[in-house]
Design a protein around this ligand. Structure first.
Ligand SMILES: [Zn+2]
Length: 218
């Protein structure tokens, strides 16, 4: 899966009429083998459209709730793998949007809001005392959530003590968010964190700028 910024708002991704075309979203190269996308005119396409699927996005995204978005899929003719191209508000293989996950973590860890309040604001099912999803995200912060940024904020390779609050504060500070109540700014930061990343299995990584690096990195 590839996550990138889209040229249209996320609420446009529920209709075929407004979703960007196959050509607009075609990856420039395959993150698995480095195969370039190619062109129809010069030797043919190395990465071709390969259908689509619908994906549900739980919680609030860009003022809408519980969106259904259409995701384009591609086939790499170099390695035979399929590639899905996701908008940067999503986190691969997560029911909730990346923007919701990061906001929930910031409210809990940095602003001291109770899990119950956060759940009532952000969850698809707003009732209940705690929020298991939030507990899980907290445990998984930087492993695997945004794991490619762990070294940047000082997460040790072997975690000996919980440091989620410190790591999250550092991460947001890198993006200019230092306010005690980060609500207004976290959604845009979440999108920047996810843009231009590739995800294979549960792990993610930042995309190489040069396709030759992708081929030699494997
Ligand atoms: Zn490939």
């Amino acid at each position: 899966m590839i996550v990138r910024a889209f040229p249209v708002p996320v609420e446009c991704l529920s209709k075929w009429s407004t979703i960007p075309s196959v050509d607009e979203l075609r990856p420039a190269w395959c993150p698995s083998c480095g195969q370039p996308a190619g062109t129809r005119a010069c030797g043919g396409l190395g990465i071709v459209g390969h259908g689509s699927y619908e994906r549900q996005v739980a919680g609030g995204v860009a003022g809408a709730r519980d969106l259904l978005v259409r995701i384009r899929r591609y086939l790499c003719r170099g390695c035979g793998r399929t590639l899905s191209v996701l908008p940067d508000v999503l986190y691969p293989r997560r029911w909730y949007a990346a923007t919701t996950i990061l906001l929930a973590l910031a409210l809990r860890l940095l602003a001291g809001v109770t899990a119950r309040e956060i759940r009532s604001q952000l969850a698809s099912d707003g009732d209940g005392r705690g929020w298991k999803s939030l507990d899980r995200w907290r445990q998984q912060l930087f492993a695997p959530l945004w794991s490619w940024l762990g070294a940047q904020v000082g997460v040790p390779a072997r975690r000996t003590r919980p440091g989620q609050r410190t790591w999250l504060r550092r991460l947001l500070a890198l993006h200019g968010v230092t306010a005690r109540d980060p609500t207004d700014q976290v959604a845009s930061v979440a999108r920047r964190l996810g843009a231009d990343t590739a995800h294979d299995g549960v792990c993610g990584r930042q995309l190489h700028r040069d396709p030759r690096e992708a081929a030699t990195a494997r």
